[in-house]
Design a binder for this molecule. Structure first.
Ligand SMILES: NC(=O)c1ccc[n+]([C@@H]2O[C@H](COP(=O)([O-])OP(=O)(O)OC[C@H]3O[C@@H](n4cnc5c(N)ncnc54)[C@H](OP(=O)(O)O)[C@@H]3O)[C@@H](O)[C@H]2O)c1
Length: 341
């Protein structure tokens, strides 16, 4: 059982959607956490977060300004840290397409720096965030996250005898997170028209709390080198539009550069090393640094069929319009409570 009391944790991108949700969960579940470091660049976001989590009330919290591109700063921040959650990223597909080298520097260079800084300090466990867009990527964002995933997985091969492991969590769209379709449609519905890129488009959906649960699961159970994939439902983009603006006109505007009609989390080529763990799938490294039979026994892991793939368009679980409307209402309520509307 994971116990973060008396532990020191650092979240890169701690002011982001996932970082804030993780912070909330950690303080509520483990009030005895020793230190929780929020590592990110923008002082304004840290200032805002500190209004919610002031150091006077949350004694364990520290706000550390830093860029994941800056190895020395990362290494300083990692001193006396036990666990690192690497959530910092450039994540907007079209912005990455237009500014490719910036995205490479943050998503690949940042991953290299996190890996190195963990090796040079006493960090014991690193969980890095991936995305479905990293699976058979067609855009630069996805390609950089795939490179990042590979770096984290392979880092287990070069850690030597350090008490340290690296694992990855991959999931789909977080409904309501910064830059996602829900806040976009909520803004647009006032105009009476919701732009739809492609009427056939589907996406995987995970809640913020589902993402947090997945990260904590990886922190708790990883042996090093796993890529965890949750079993989550899909939705049709037209259904999200119907849930948010039932009376709005849906206008087809065409697919944007770097977008897929359906997302994928596990390809048929991954099926050779993918196991079903019940609630999650896990893609294992081709050459794990531990015994595969021991892993299979320990987690009652069942190998998926050869050729198996996990795509949003062929999912067995779908969110209906009423279910989506309920999620929208919950999101609006949370944003109201946080004073964001
Ligand atoms: N949201 C989703 O739908 C989704 C889905 C799948 C996977 N993911 C992955 O989950 C992770 C977290 O996503 P999120 O939704 O929480 O993102 P987010 O809300 O956009 O937050 C990103 C965070 O990263 C920080 N950051 C960005 N560039 C940085 C840099 N160079 N150095 C240090 N910090 C930096 C940002 O703060 P500053 O700008 O102040 O630095 C912010 O705290 C990402 O890795 C993303 O790829 C997200």
């Amino acid at each position: 059982m994971l116990d973060l009391n008396s532990k020191s944790i650092l979240i890169t991108g701690g002011t982001g959607s996932l970082g804030k949700a993780l912070t909330k969960e950690i303080f509520s579940k483990w009030p005895g956490v020793k230190r929780l470091v929020i590592y990110s660049r923008d002082e304004q976001k840290q200032y805002q977060m500190a209004l919610q989590y002031p150091e006077s009330k949350y004694e364990a919290i520290r706000y550390f300004i830093g860029d994941v591109r800056d190895y020395n700063r990362l290494k300083r921040a990692f001193e006396n840290i036990d666990y690192v959650i690497h959530a910092a990223a450039m994540k907007h597909v079209h912005i990455a397409e237009y500014n490719p080298d910036e995205c490479v520097k943050t998503n690949i260079g940042g991953a290299e720096n996190v890996i190195r800084a963990a090796m040079e300090t006493k960090v014991k466990n690193v969980v890095a965030l991936s995305t479905d867009k990293a699976c058979a990527p067609i855009n630069l964002y996805g390609a950089t996250k795939l490179a990042s995933d590979k770096l984290f997985i392979a880092a287990n091969n070069i850690k030597g005898d350090r008490d340290l492991k690296y694992s990855v969590v991959r999931y789909g769209n977080v409904m309501g997170s910064n830059g996602s379709v829900m806040p976009f449609f909520l803004k647009k519905r006032k105009e009476g028209v919701l732009p739809i890129t492609d009427p056939n488009m589907t996406r995987f959906n995970i809640s913020l709390s589902g993402g947090v649960e997945m990260v904590l699961h990886a922190l708790d159970t990883a042996w090093g080198g796993e890529l965890f994939v949750p079993k989550i439902p899909s939705y049709r983009i037209t259904d999200v539009a119907s849930a948010i603006g039932p009376d709005c006109k849906q206008e087809i505007v065409g697919i944007r550069p770097g977008e897929k009609v359906h997302e994928e989390m596990i390809t048929a080529s991954d099926s050779f090393t993918t196991y079903d763990l019940g609630k999650y799938y896990v893609i294992l490294p081709q050459q794990p640094v531990w015994s595969l039979p021991d892993f299979i026994k320990n987690f009652s892991a069942v190998k998926v069929a050869t050729g198996f793939s996990y795509t949003s368009g062929e999912n067995s679980e779908w969110l209906t319009v009423p279910e989506l409307a309920k999620l929208v209402a919950e999101h609006v309520e949370q944003e109201d409570a946080a004073g964001n509307n």
